[in-house]
Design a protein around this ligand. Structure first.
Ligand code: AMP
Length: 189
C-alpha cells in the first residue's frame, strides 16, 4: 500500500496503541498525534484548556466533542501534519470521526488506513493494573474501558464499512505488534 500516510490507530486503553503509533510514525517519518498527550501537556502547563479538562480526564471520561474538534483542527493545521500523521486517541466517538472526515475533506484529503490494535479484555485489565498512572484508581480504569466500549467501538464498524479497517493482534510483544502494523501499512520490515 504505497503512499499510505494518514493513519488512525484504534485500540482500548492498555492496547499499546500509543506505543505503536509512536513507532509507526517514526518509521514513516511523520508525526504521531496523541490527543491524550496534548491534553496532559495542557494540564501540566496550567492553560485554560488544561483547567477545563483535568477533572474529566481524572475520572476517565471523554472531553466533549466540540473541545476536541478545536484541538484536532488546530493540530492538523500545523505544517508537520501536511504530509501525513498517525492519530493516537482521536477519533473516539462517531461525532469525532465525522469532524475528522470534514477537516480532511476541506483540505481535499482523506484517511488512508485505520488500524485496530486488538487485545482481549482480560489482558487489558491486567495491563492497566500494571501500568496504572498515579491518578488511575481501579474504578477510573474500569470506567475508561467502559467508555471505550460504549463510545469508541462503534468506530470499528464505521471504518470497516468504509473499507479502511485493518486489524492486528495486539496480544504479542511490542516488536511483534510493530512488525504486524508495518506489514499492514506495507513497509518492508
Ligand atoms: P489517552 O492518553 O488517549 O488515553 O487519553 C487520556 C484522556 O484524555 C482520556 O481518558 C480522555 O479523558 C481524554 N481524551 C484524549 N483524547 C480524547 C478524545 N479524542 N476525545 C475525548 N477525550 C479525549
Amino acid at each position: 500500500m504505497a503512499g499510505v500516510k494518514r493513519i488512525v490507530l484504534l485500540g482500548a486503553p492498555g492496547s499499546g496503541k500509543g506505543t505503536q503509533a509512536a513507532l509507526l510514525a517514526d518509521a514513516l517519518g511523520i508525526p504521531a498525534i496523541s490527543t491524550g498527550e496534548m491534553l496532559r501537556a495542557a494540564v501540566t502547563a496550567g492553560s485554560e484548556l488544561g483547567a477545563r479538562v483535568k477533572n474529566i480526564m481524572n475520572a476517565g471520561d471523554l472531553v466533549d466533542d466540540a473541545t476536541m474538534a478545536d484541538v484536532i483542527r488546530d493540530r492538523l493545521s500545523q505544517g508537520d501534519a501536511v504530509d501525513g500523521f498517525v492519530l493516537d486517541g482521536y477519533p473516539r466517538t462517531m461525532a469525532q470521526a465525522e469532524t475528522l472526515a470534514s477537516i480532511l475533506d476541506a483540505a481535499q484529503q482523506s484517511l488512508d488506513l485505520v488500524i485496530q490494535v486488538e487485545v482481549p479484555e482480560q489482558v487489558l485489565v491486567g495491563r492497566a493494573l500494571d501500568r496504572r498512572r498515579e491518578d488511575d484508581t481501579e474504578e477510573v480504569m474500569k470506567n475508561r474501558l467502559a467508555v471505550y466500549e460504549e463510545k469508541t467501538t462503534p468506530l470499528v464498524d464505521h471504518y470497516r464499512e468504509l473499507e479502511l479497517l485493518h486489524r492486528v493482534d495486539g496480544d504479542q510483544s511490542i516488536q511483534e505488534v510493530a512488525a504486524a502494523v508495518l506489514e499492514t501499512v506495507g513497509v518492508m520490515v
